[in-house]
Ligand binder design. Structure first.
Ligand code: GLN
Length: 468
């Protein structure tokens, strides 16, 4: 099995063809069909691409990712291929263009193996709201993989592809990474172009990266990051370089570690890390972050507001699904949206419309914007004193499929991850341990904006000091 880009490179160098790497991946996908990680496997175009790449390999003109098998979340556009955001309303819609981030990987000869299942419109924490049925966790298929990028996490964790792209609006890359023992990066807001990513909450959305090792996260990040004229929020400046000779400075957040919902085993392991770091020649500080309890409500007010606006374009006329039982324009809109969207998406559109409505706008939307600003300020203050903040990625491990149906309980799954989306900071989840219940959990590291290099250096340091 090829788990990493290094494995693929090795294989190619010793004469394995890209075509046979694709076949290996396709047979693995077939064997893992029960996990429901893929909405569609692009067997034909993947095979075609592999043949072309094999010629390039022979000629010595192949790109840096020759032979690397890439999976994409079903909300990332790939020209000539279907994309549905796991929603009935986009069923059978085809992308007219390719997302910039994906194009940059194709330019390096990555092979796209298929589109990966997820929560509908990336709204969810379990990958159970997909129109195509729930994704199952490859570590224990009775359990959820996390969400919303559950398919992207499972496909990488089980070796169906080498690396994958997901999207992270409130934790959708880091939380499933934590629950599937993979690495998951959400870059600084604007670091990766959003062009070609189906919008959910545009001021939060970032494409994120799943991989089985840190080096692969770095490789994919370096190749995809940077200014894109098609996304005006993309950052023009280069990421800041990190001076590796500087002494390490770690920070921990009191309210996170004392949170009543935090599983005792996860808490103990993070505290063990803290103790171990204190014995090393590094600085360890603890900070209070009094806004923790306000983050999830703030996130849900603002993200639903943005979603209600972003999803208004799906009207039964422009894209995909149209209700057959409608007379006239108004009925077409109403019926198409009622029949095309799932329950959770409708709940979010209604919540978002409510918080933006006349009379409630100031009470909810404006107030949440203020909290966002306060949280940003407080976090930036902390990053003046410390380089990297450490928290658990998730308060618990994955749970059984179907075991939580209360939306508010599901929203609380994002308690530690929404912070970085609200403030725009980059954050990564790295595999951290196995619970006595047999399921994995991750550690989250967060840094100042544009300091992904530092974030990865610190991730390596934690692995070196603690995980070996
Ligand atoms: N679970 C969160 C939500 O439901 C985050 C989703 C995401 O990051 N796309 O909105």
């Amino acid at each position: 099995m090829f788990r990493t880009i290094a494995d693929i490179k090795h294989a190619i160098e010793s004469g394995t063809s890209a075509a046979s790497i694709v076949e290996e991946s396709l047979s693995r996908i077939k064997k893992s069909k029960h996990l429901n990680a893929f909405v569609e496997v692009f067997s034909d175009t993947a095979r075609e691409a592999a043949l072309k790449i094999d010629v390039k390999i022979k000629n010595g003109t192949a790109g840096k990712l020759a032979g690397v098998i890439l999976g994409i979340k079903d909300n990332i556009c790939y020209e000539g291929h279907k994309v549905s955001a796991a929603s009935k309303i986009l069923d059978s819609f085809q992308s007219l263009y390719t997302a910039t981030v994906l194009q940059r990987l194709l330019d390096e000869d990555a092979i796209v193996i298929g589109r990966l299942n997820c929560d509908e419109f990336a709204m969810g924490s379990t990958s159970e709201t997909s129109f195509y049925g729930p994704v199952k966790n490859n570590i224990n298929s009775n359990f959820v993989p996390g969400g919303s990028s559950g398919g992207s996490a499972v496909a990488v964790s089980s070796g169906m592809c080498t690396v994958s792209l997901g999207s992270d609006t409130g934790g959708s890359v880091r939380q499933p990474a934590s629950w599937t023992n993979t690495f998951g990066l959400k870059p600084t807001y604007g670091r990766l172009s959003r062009y070609g990513l189906i919008a959910y909450g545009s001021s939060f959305d970032q494409i994120g990266i799943f991989a089985n090792d840190l080096n692969d996260v770095k490789v994919i990040f370096d190749l995809t990051q940077g200014r894109d004229s098609m996304d005006s929020t993309s950052i023009a400046a280069e990421p800041l370089p990190y001076d590796r000779t500087r002494p390490l400075r770690f920070g921990f957040l009191t309210e996170y570690m004392n949170h009543e919902g935090l599983d005792v085993e996860i808490k103990e392991k993070v505290n063990l890390l803290k103790g171990a770091l204190e014995k090393e020649n590094v600085e360890v500080n603890e900070f209070s972050f009094p806004y923790l309890d306000y983050l999830v409500p703030t996130y849900y007010v603002l993200s639903t507001a943005e979603a209600s606006s972003n999803l208004s374009r799906f009207d039964g006329v422009h894209y995909g699904f149209r209700s057959g039982a409608a007379k006239g324009v108004e009925e077409t809109y109403k019926n198409s949206r009622s029949e095309g969207f799932g329950e959770e998406v409708k709940r979010r559109i209604m919540t978002g419309t409510f918080v933006l409505s006349h009379g409630y706008y100031d009470a909810y939307y404006t107030k949440a914007q203020k909290v966002r600003r306060l949280a940003q300020k407080a976090t930036n203050e902390i990053f003046k004193k410390v380089d990297v903040l450490i928290t658990p990625t998730t308060a618990s491990t994955a749970f059984e499929l179907g075991s939580i149906s209360d939306p508010v309980q599901l929203y609380l799954q994002d308690i530690f991850t929404v912070h970085a989306n609200i403030t725009g900071h980059p954050a990564i989840s790295i595999p951290f341990g196995e619970h006595t219940n047999g399921m994995p959990f991750g550690l989250q590291l967060m840094s100042a904006c544009n300091e992904e290099e530092k974030l990865m250096y610190y991730s390596e340091a934690v692995q070196k000091y603690f995980m070996k």
